[in-house]
Write a new protein. Structure first.
Ligand SMILES: Nc1nc2c(ncn2[C@@H]2O[C@H](COP(=O)(O)OP(=O)(O)OP(=O)(O)O)[C@@H](O)[C@H]2O)c(=O)[nH]1
Ligand SMILES: [Mg+2]
Length: 311
C-alpha cells in the first residue's frame, strides 16, 4: 500500500501548487481564481525516500448548503476518510479565517495524523506568521512555501516518517512461478463483481480480506487452465457512514491502491454509458504507473448494431 497524503484547505491557499511540486506535473491547473482546480487530483509523489500517493482536493464543489458539506465537498470528505496523513494548508498571508476553523474542527476528528502547513511564507518572519494558527488546535504550524519549495521536503519527510518502505515479495505458486495480480477496477455498477464471478466460474476459490490493510479490497485466488492468478476486487464491503455511502460510492484512492498492487489492470467500462472523464483519468493513471491495461467494454449485449459500431 502506498501511503496516501491528502492535501486539504479552503480555495486558493496553494494546494495545487504544492501538488504540482510533489508530483512535478504542470497538469493541475494553478490559477489566481478560487475553485479552479478541475483537473487531476491524484498523483505519485516524488522527492521522498519512498513512493507515496498525493491527493489534491481542490475544485471539488460542495453540493449542499448546510452543515460541514458546505465547507467541504463529498470527495474531500471521502479522501479524508481514506488518508494516511492529511496536510491541512492555510494561507500565511491572509491569516486564520472562519472557514479554516470550520475545516480544522472536522479534521480534529480524524484518526490519521494532520499536519498544519502555513503556506506563502517566503520572505516572511516564519515564527510571527505561524503563531496565530495555533488557535486551530492542530498542533505546531509548519511554515512552507509551495511556490518556492521552502519547507516542503521537511513536511513530506515528517508526513512519511512512520511508514516503512515495504519491498513486496512476489507470490509464487507451487511450481515456483510468479502469480500475476489482476486488479478489476471501474465505476460503480459497471459490472465488476459480475465479471469476477464469471471469471471464477466453477473454480474452487478462497476469498479473504487482504491481511494488514485497513482498506477493503479483496484478494481472490483463481486457477485457470493450470495457471494461478490473484484477482483484486475493489467492489467489496464498505465500512463508511451511510450518508456518504448514499451520495458517492466510487473511491478513486481505493482504485489507485489496487492498481499499484497489480501487474495487470482490467478497467471495466459501461458500453451503454460510454467512457467518462473518470474512466479516462483512471486509464491514464494505469499507464503512468506502468501497468498492463485491458479495457473491458461491458453490457455490450444491450446495444443496437449501430451503437456497437460507434463504441
Ligand atoms: N506567494 C505565494 N503564492 C503562492 C504560493 N503557493 C501558491 N501561491 C499562489 O496562490 C494562488 C492559488 O494557488 P493554487 O495552488 O491554485 O491554490 P488551491 O488551493 O489549489 O486553490 P483551489 O484549487 O482553487 O482550491 C496562485 O496564484 C498561486 O500562485 C506560495 O508559496 N507563495
Ligand atoms: Mg487547486
Amino acid at each position: 500500500m502506498l501511503p496516501t497524503l491528502v492535501l486539504v484547505g479552503r480555495p486558493n491557499v496553494g494546494k495545487s501548487t504544492l501538488f504540482n511540486r510533489l508530483t512535478k506535473s504542470r497538469d493541475a491547473l494553478v490559477a489566481d481564481l478560487p475553485g479552479l482546480t478541475r483537473d487531476r487530483h491524484y498523483g505519485r509523489g516524488i522527492g521522498a525516500s519512498q513512493p507515496y500517493l498525493v491527493v489534491d482536493t481542490g475544485g471539488f464543489e460542495p453540493n449542499t448548503d448546510s452543515g460541514i458539506l458546505k465547507a467541504m465537498a463529498v470527495q474531500t470528505l471521502l479522501a479524508i476518510d481514506e488518508a494516511d496523513v492529511i496536510i491541512f494548508i492555510v494561507d500565511g498571508r491572509q491569516g486564520a479565517t472562519p472557514q479554516d476553523m470550520e475545516i480544522a474542527n472536522r479534521l480534529r476528528r480524524c484518526k490519521c495524523p494532520v499536519l498544519l502547513a502555513v503556506n506563502k511564507t517566503e520572505g516572511m518572519n516564519k515564527a510571527v506568521v505561524s503563531a496565530e494558527f495555533h488557535e486551530l488546535g492542530l498542533g505546531d504550524p509548519l511554515s512552507i512555501s509551495s511556490a518556492h519549495g521552502e519547507g516542503v521536503k521537511d513536511i513530506i519527510d515528517l508526513a512519511l516518517e512512520s511508514f516503512d518502505v515495504v519491498e513486496e515479495e512476489p507470490e509464487l505458486d507451487q511450481t515456483g512461478e510468479r502469480v500475476p495480480k489482476v486488479a478489476i477496477v471501474g465505476r460503480p455498477n459497471v459490472g465488476k463483481s459480475t465479471l469476477v464471478n464469471a471469471l471464477l466460474g466453477e473454480e474452487r476459490v478462497i476469498a479473504f480480506d487482504e491481511p494488514g490493510t485497513t482498506r477493503d479490497s479483496i484478494s481472490i485466488d483463481l486457477e485457470k487452465n493450470g495457471k494461478h492468478y490473484t484477482l483484486i476486487d475493489t467492489a467489496g464491503v464498505r465500512k463508511r457512514g451511510r450518508v456518504l455511502e448514499a451520495i458517492e460510492k466510487f473511491s478513486v484512492i481505493k482504485t489507485i491502491q489496487s492498481i499499484e498492487e497489480a501487474n495487470v489492470v482490467i478497467l471495466v467500462v459501461d458500453a451503454q454509458e460510454g467512457i467518462t472523464e473518470q474512466d479516462a483519468h483512471v486509464a491514464a493513471y494505469i499507464l503512468e504507473a506502468g501497468r498492463a491495461l485491458v479495457v473491458a467494454i461491458n453490457k455490450w449485449d444491450g446495444l443496437k448494431e449501430e451503437e456497437r459500431d460507434w463504441v
